[in-house]
Design a protein around this ligand. Structure first.
Ligand SMILES: C[S@@+](CC[C@H](N)C(=O)[O-])C[C@H]1O[C@@H](n2cnc3c(N)ncnc32)[C@H](O)[C@@H]1O
Length: 305
């Protein structure tokens, strides 16, 4: 699966493969996530707990069904690799959980080994080292990652190339409009000096931090949303341009481009690109839904031509 010209080595005593070199931004991000691996396994002991989480979400449950059996799948920027492990569980899919943060991968590996999931390969590296053979994967999944790199557009270009013709690419990014509520709280946090009071006010205003979740989960969320060293914002139109430039056909998005309700069971069968006003309206509408209150992440699904 790796290109011939990249360095590949297995870590001693650990089932983790290291590939290529990490660039400076990936190292910065690794240091950040080493302190607070994301997402954490705080309230998860068994594979059943993880399956419950995946089944509880309309998108991930349908994505798991779509992934089916016998596919090569990569999760780029898998963090602690919860989705990778869930996609592997009960299937013969070969999953690659790929991330520059070794500590996050270790947590995933530990969970996979404890639950006897042996069809996930944990790979430590930076996507910009472009270590995988073009066209190797049936499905490339990358959510919550490209906006933490030096160039989301360049990153997309590389990972889109790892999908085979007719293979799928799914990316999740922070939305320029949909993340406005978080951007406002980030501004407030800085304005108030990032101290205890600032933390308390922002925590009170953030719907996720008001939920009844563990202290550790709250800390990981806070760091990820308010103290991240690298973050950029993107739009549906930008992603559609990247798709066009990289031979990727638009399939669908959440929120939808044409303002219609998302049909989660039909997400992989092709949708409508809408037009500029419907796309902008759809992204503004994120602010008034859970998409906006949970950080403003939007997803776009494409198929390699
Ligand atoms: C917010 S976490 C998202 C984790 C997971 N995708 C999820 O949605 O739960 C972002 C992840 O992107 C990874 N990441 C950042 N820069 C990367 C790069 N250059 N190559 C691959 N992964 C990267 C980080 O290490 C981190 O685990």
């Amino acid at each position: 699966m790796f290109k011939k010209n990249v360095s590949v080595k297995k870590l001693e005593f650990e089932n983790i493969i290291q590939v290529g070199k990490k660039r400076e931004t990936a190292e910065l991000v690794e240091n950040f996530y080493t302190e607070n691996p994301f997402p954490n396994y705080d309230d998860m002991e068994t594979i059943q707990d993880l399956q419950k989480k995946i089944e509880g979400n309309a998108f991930t449950s349908n994505f798991k069904r779509f992934c089916g059996f016998g596919n090569n799948i990569i999760e780029v920027g898998s963090g602690t690799s919860q989705l990778s492990i869930a996609l592997a569980s009960g299937t013969n899919n070969k999953i690659v959980a790929f991330d520059p943060t070794l500590e996050s991968l270790r947590l995933g590996l530990n969970f996979a080994e404890k639950n006897k999931i042996d069809n996930v390969t944990f790979v430590n590296g930076d996507l910009f080292s472009d270590s995988f053979i073009p066209g190797y994967f049936d499905i490339v999944w990358c959510s919550g990652v490209l906006h933490h790199t030096e160039s989301a557009k360049e990153g997309f270009k590389l990972i889109a190339n790892w999908a085979r013709p007719d293979g799928y690419i799914i990316i999740g990014l922070y939305n320029l409009y949909g993340r406005l509520r978080t951007v406002f709280r980030q501004f407030l946090f800085r304005l108030l000096g990032k101290g205890k009071l600032a933390r308390a006010i922002v925590s009170f205003l953030d719907p996720i931090l008001r939920k009844d979740i563990s202290k550790q989960k709250k800390l990981a969320w806070f760091q990820d949303q308010y103290e991240h060293p690298v973050e950029s914002l993107h739009t549906l139109d930008e992603v559609l341009d990247w798709f066009d430039e990289n031979n990727v056909e638009f399939i669908s998005s959440i929120p939808s481009c044409d303002m219609n309700a998302v049909d989660y069971e039909d997400m992989f069968n092709g949708g409508n690109r809408g037009d500029l006003p419907t796309r902008i309206f759809s992204q503004i509408a994120m602010l008034f839904s859970s998409l906006g209150s949970e950080g403003g992440l939007f997803l776009v699904i494409g198929r390699k031509k």
